[in-house]
Design a protein around this ligand. Structure first.
Ligand code: FE2
Ligand code: FE2
Length: 279
């Protein structure tokens, strides 16, 4: 059984196959039945477990699971206990970072987004910050972009310094994982809640040609962009989806829950794709 958190990954061929899951939004530690679609709570409970099962039943070897935030919809240790138990049960090394919902409770979930009250909460100590995972050819840098009590994110000056030092001192190909998006996804409502100092962040990382890929959650949708030579992957939620390119908050009820694979090749190339939960 791998210990948590994972610091190093070693594979027979050097390549690292990463399963990214994000935005689980669990509100309960009680697993839900497959046919329970009575509420969003039940759907999120079920689809998290179903996605883990589906992804790991594929031919592809999974070397590492990265969970990029919004694990819960309600900050309660018992829900994290449940999520960590499911992930530990896979026998695959994994790492989890915080999203806004891991440090902020929202009241009035039935109200429009801008009328909800935000309550600051401490992050669960199992969520990682400035965490490094190394393989033979890659360095994976995990950042906590959450701000307690807020929806938008930030990459702190300390984190930026840490990233710059890592990228300067280690020539391996690099991946950065964080919760908030660092490029607009062209939806006004969610782009007003991205990492607020994204432009500054991009300026700081511009000199480092070994940075190949950034993965994030928060947007609940699939997008791929290339910026400053870096492939930037936005990944669907394991539960509900937001409709791309809508300026006001809009669910995408037609799109099933999803997850992302990344194959990190020894030469720095990245193959990545999204899969959706079989319905
Ligand atoms: Fe989310
Ligand atoms: Fe989020």
């Amino acid at each position: 059984m791998p210990s948590y958190p994972v610091n190093a990954v070693s594979t027979p061929d050097g390549q690292v196959n990463v399963l990214q899951i994000t935005d689980l939004h669990l509100s309960s530690h009680v697993p839900a039945a497959a046919n329970d679609t009575s509420s969003e709570v039940a759907v999120c409970q079920y689809s998290f477990a179903a996605i883990i099962k589906q992804a790991l039943s594929k031919e592809i070897r999974c070397d590492l699971i990265i969970v990029t935030g919004d694990l819960v919809n309600k900050v309660e240790p018992a829900i994290y206990d449940h999520i960590f138990a499911v992930l530990k049960n896979t026998g695959i090394p994994f790492a989890c970072i915080a999203g806004n919902h891991d440090v902020t409770d929202e009241t009035g979930k039935d109200l429009p987004f801008y009328q909800r009250t935000l309550i600051a909460r401490d992050a669960d100590p199992r969520l990682l910050s400035r965490h490094l995972i190394e393989s033979e050819h890659w360095q994976l840098l995990l950042l906590d972009s959450s701000i307690t009590g807020k929806v938008e994110g930030k990459i702190t000056a300390t984190d930026i310094d840490w990233v710059r030092e890592q990228l300067a001192s280690c020539p391996k190909h690099a991946l950065i994982a964080l919760h908030h998006h660092v490029l607009p996804v062209d939806s006004n409502w969610i782009d007003s809640h991205m990492a607020e100092n994204a432009e500054e962040f991009w300026q700081h990382i511009a000199p480092f040609k070994n940075l190949n890929v950034i993965i994030h959650g928060h947007t609940h949708q699939e997008q791929t962009r290339l910026h400053q030579g870096v492939a930037v992957y936005s990944t669907p939620s394991t539960c509900y989806q937001f409709k791309p390119f809508e300026d006001d908050f809009t669910y995408d009820k037609s799109m099933p829950p999803g997850y992302r694979w990344l194959q990190l090749a020894n030469n720095g190339k990245v193959a990545s794709w999204v899969e959706r939960l079989d319905t």
